[in-house]
Design a protein around this ligand. Structure first.
Ligand code: SF4
Ligand code: SF4
Length: 448
């Protein structure tokens, strides 16, 4: 329980994107602890850097967490093509006489989806609408575990290593305080090349677009691992901007029901009853029966159907995403046979989406060969720290306007009896309270 308390106090959340509070996730016992070192989103280099440079710290953290979980198996999943990272991990394992297994995976997308990783590492299928605990597993990613390792030493989460790549002059890795302005991050990569551009927050497959004046009002959070700059004319950006009614009209007029979206869907191939082609048909035909839409609840929004599979350039992921949200808001549950055994499709191994081909398909080849080695460090004069960087309720500020805080000091607490995560000052300075966050300015900058 000491470990859980330390993780809670340090404000650790899943750094892989979801932001689930780690002290809640790890407060359990399991058979298997799986570490996600796959970094399956194209172009991102953050986790590879962390594995190369902090392999021993990572192994130490995995051992500590696995012992707490009572896990008999400890497995790190990485891609077999990550040779240097593999070597760094093996060296650290040997040096520490650890019993952690390294599972080398093919280079496919989305190998880092936790259900895909569990399938690869344990040959188990997480049941539909289930979680890894249902098969006796917990999955954490590399950056989260390094935050755990710091938490054990009393160091809170105040910084992130981020890949800044795509249409920037000097793609780079940066280490910046949480709350650093995105526009500063882009400058650290030499600035943006195209005059009309957009930024994907995270990876190109699943990241959200940040555009126009929003870029000036967006800041680094605990869950940010990458910034991918693309010209506005890029197909990924154009696809993200299609109006939903246009997407529906295209589904109605152009979906040829070839079912490629379903046949290549990773969750379908894992054995889940998810049929995006049926959802597209239902949406296109305006079907009234709820059962035609329900399988959308199983979609993990990986984007394979939309950016890779569909020969007609339609948008089944966006449709599934929208339908899923509506079903969840309406409290609709999927009717599943609880006794059913979920087994992978017999063609699963032959239908994995090769990452290199995916990159070519989504027109990112020109950025693919960039491999980042060094980290640029940056300390801004001002940070804007959001109170909602995690799943659960926003943190509640415990500092006042004008107060001086030290880097690492807790500035926002978890609301009582709620799911959430603490927030800490990422630089020292003077606080200004905002409706949804805390601004800290270095002294001397406060009245600028
Ligand atoms: S792949 Fe495209 S065209 Fe084929 S069924 Fe799916 S949405 Fe329709
Ligand atoms: S986004 Fe498409 S491919 Fe991915 S899980 Fe959802 S339906 Fe399947």
């Amino acid at each position: 329980m000491e470990l859980i308390r330390a993780i809670r106090e340090a404000g650790v959340v899943g750094a892989g994107g979801a932001g689930f509070p780690t002290h809640v996730k790890l407060d359990t016992s399991v058979e298997a602890f799986i570490v996600n070192g796959v970094e399956c989103e194209p172009l991102l280099e953050t986790d590879k850097y962390l594995m190369r440079h902090y392999a021993e710290e990572l192994i130490e953290s995995i051992e500590t967490v696995a012992e707490h979980l009572g896990a008999k198996r400890k497995i790190i999943g990485i891609k077999s093509k990550y040779k240097r990272e593999h070597q760094a991990l093996i060296q650290a394992i040997e040096k520490t006489q650890s019993t952690i297994e390294v599972k080398a995976l093919d280079s496919f997308y989305p190998a880092g989806d936790e259900q895909m990783l569990i399938r690869e590492a344990l040959e188990e299928t997480v049941p539909p609408r289930g979680i890894p605990l249902n098969v006796g597993a917990v999955v954490s990613n590399v950056a989260t575990l390094l935050d755990v390792q710091k938490a054990i030493r009393g160091i809170p989460v105040t910084e992130r290593v981020i890949t800044v790549t795509g249409a920037v002059k000097s793609p780079t890795l940066i280490r910046v305080p949480v709350g650093t302005a995105i526009k500063d991050c882009l400058e650290l990569a030499g600035g943006v090349i195209p005059s009309d551009f957009s930024v994907i927050m995270g990876g190109p497959m699943m990241g959200a677009e940040c555009k126009g004046t929003d870029i000036d009002k967006t800041y680094v959070t605990k869950t940010l691992g990458g910034l991918v700059v693309l010209p506005e004319s890029h197909t990924i950006i154009q696809r993200k901007r299609l109006p939903y009614q246009h997407i529906i009209n295209r589904a109605a007029s152009s979906c040829i029901q070839c079912r490629m979206c379903t046949d290549l869907c990773p969750r379908f191939l894992n054995g889940h009853p998810l049929y995006p082609h049926k959802v597209m048909r239902a949406v296109g035909n305006g079907e009234a029966s709820l059962s035609a839409y329900e399988s959308a609840l199983l979609c993990c929004e990986c984007g394979v159907c939309e950016l890779y599979a569909c020969p007609m350039g339609l948008s089944p992921k966006t449709v599934n995403q929208r339908v899923k949200r509506q079903l969840m808001e309406g409290g609709i549950k999927l009717n599943l046979n609880k006794d059913e055994e979920w087994t992978p499709h017999e063609m699963r191994n032959y239908r994995k989406v090769d990452t290199h081909r995916l990159v070519a398909r989504i027109d990112l080849s020109e950025y693919e060969s960039v491999h980042l080695e060094d980290v640029v460090e940056f300390l801004p004069n001002e940070v804007h720290i959001s109170l909602k960087q995690h799943i659960g309720r926003p943190a509640e500020s415990v500092v006042s306007d004008g107060e001086r805080v030290e880097a690492g000091q807790c500035v926002a607490e978890i609301p009582e009896s709620s799911l959430g995560a603490r927030i800490h000052a990422s630089i020292s300075g003077i606080v200004s309270l905002m409706p949804d966050g805390i601004v800290i300015k270095k002294e001397g900058e406060a009245n600028d």
